[in-house]
Design a protein around this ligand. Sequence first.
Ligand code: MGD
Ligand code: SF4
Length: 733
Amino acid sequence: IARRGFLKLAAAGAAAGAAAAPERAEAFGLAQAKDGLAPDREVPTYCELCFWNCGVVARARKNRVLALKGHPAYPNANGKLCGRGQAGAGFVVDEDRLKYPMIRTGSRGEGKFRRAGWSEAYGVIADGFSRIKARYGAEALALFYHGSGGPLLRQMLVAYGSPNYAGPSYAQCKGARNVGYKLTFGEKIVSPEPIDLERTRCMVLFGSHLGENAHNSQVQEFVKARARGASLVVLDPRLSTVASKADVWLPIRPGYDTAVILAWLHLLVKERTYDAAFVKAHTVGLDALAAHVAPFTPEWAAERAGVPAARIVDAYRLMVNAMPAVAVHPGRHTAWYGEADTQRARAQAILTALLGAWWRPGGIYRTEKMSVPDYPTPDFPDLPKNVDEAAGRFPFEEEVTTNGIRDATRTGKPYPVKGWLVHGTNLIQSMPGVRETVDAIRNLDLLVVCDVLPTEITQYADVLLPEDTYLERWDDLSIGFTKTPYVGLRQPVVQSPHDTRPAWRIAKELGARLGVGDFFPWATFEDYLSVRLAGAGLSLDQLRKDGIALAPRKTPLYLADGEPFHFHTPSGKIELHSQQLADKGFAPLPTCEGPPLPPAGRFRLLYGRSPLHTFGRTQNNPILADLEPTNALWMSPADAAALGLEDGTPVLVQNDKGSETGPLPLKVTDRQADGAVYMVHGFGHWSRRLHRARGQGGDDTAVIDDYAVDPISGSTGMRTQLVTVRRAERTVA
Ligand code: MGD
Ligand code: SF4
């Protein structure tokens, strides 16, 4: 199959080469041959198929990407790429991609556009944004962004005077985790998560389905750790791939992880197995914690979580035997159940502290990033309160929430939001409550979308801006948080054959139209990068050849035994009991408020990742669509029998508000617990311009209307939705 895909790509790539403009090649510094491109070359860059941002070495001939390999010097790649990363060239040759700017001619959502030039498109946007600013203030403009091009667009928006910029990577992903860890340790968890798998002796995963969720170096390190004999504890209601490798798999009731953690804390305190020296030196609140967890026995947790108490104790023993080299994975997509998510993250963080595993070998290591100064800009204007601050909600939020901006757009409260710029995020699939998103869009004076593909959100745009794919453009530096600090370069491998532009250029050119051009004073992006790199003692020429510069660490990887340390919490210590939460009226010690069990015939909708797809961005990629064209709905044999459904039956998934998705094939498997169903997120596209992805599989977001907003972090828990499942009349393609 892959061979067939690559042959198609090769043909399409050759056609793309024929259309290339030689003068652009010179601008990229790649000009050597008659057609404007070096005949055979290897170009280092970094991947954008997910946000692990692995280093890539691209092999190209003329205007064709021949192969993408892992960059040997990148710590997050180690010379390897995952399946998606290797398929990146599929983006370049996707015949459905956006090819030129467009202006809407039909109604919003209808997907009818006419071709426009860049100048006309910029003119419409600048007029629209200026009118909105004049009437409602600059804060009535919002940016939704996700990906490498976003930060310079954010700079443009902030220079223009708005504080409302948000990514789904906070409120629909890592928000609760980051807030829970920050409340405890004084700092959030960064990406890649700093779990010390190279030295760990025990790994503990809460729904983190490593392998299915294919984060390159983390999976490589996991495999080595397991081969070295590190033990593995997995909590997951589904027998995920990684759960199938575990020493102890706890198939818990969805949403009851915290009950199990509380039982482990109970045992650590009761049996005095916690790291007493570490806890004494670095934490506050042990007495309060001890009193709090006294009733939470393994038997108590077993009853709630639906797993045997003996297995909870087995897992505890594995951790205690490995202390302090226990890597408790903080998780990544943790927007599950609302307030319970921040409390679960707190419980995980407290467990890490009691095991003495924070900044200790084999636990969590200290992160350090390379210091690369920003390009100097004029002073930014004082910003008004963002929508969440003005509404007085989410007191611990780290970033403005996408949902907060959407609410303000729908209701006009705390103030109106009238213009959206959406870059690199398909809000129709990334935010729960699609009706609310569409409702908000109705209230907009102007919706501008910048994407590479005609995904669902683009179909609502007033102005549509096509971006170069990541293999065709410069982007800002990737400044990594791995054990070794590094800076990586994104540079063009081939030229876009279409009338597309990179985000940096859009920010600069649109910024000039909006009167904030002095925030983008550089002539070319190479100038911008050269100045930033020079500030770190690096040269762009060298980085273009190497792709990456590594720097020696300035801080030790671990906290030394007995070393005093001031944590960035109010007490200067790790806060087992959180006075900050208490002061705002929240539980200062984690409790377990698990969701109720679904009534018969209804199922909790769970979702996750596939190693061959990232969210909703890869389903139209010709190579990946060939390899995995659809998702399936996992259901237990007992539940399937009760509904009279067999394996492979095409089914529809529906919620009680009448939202529906599918058809998608049913996968009847005893790897799935009763009472819940599971699908890989990102399928079920409906945009008629995505000819490969359209109508393939189901979209979990389409049926998540019942979501729970966490009043602490602002994130949206999405596993609160119950659904029904029925046989589809039409067959699955
Ligand atoms: P993607 O689905 O990857 O991520 O949600 P999104 O941010 O929407 O879509 C990204 C969009 O960017 C697509 O339209 C794609 O075509 C476009 N794109 C790809 N590359 C480029 C580029 O180089 N430039 C531009 N301009 N556009 C590009 C992810 C979000 O979704 C996250 S981070 C998580 S963790 C959540 N996951 C999740 C879930 O698992 N289930 C449900 N129901 N909702 C979820 N929402 C969240
Ligand atoms: Fe690309 Fe895979 Fe690395 Fe993600 S994990 S950046 S998709 S190679």
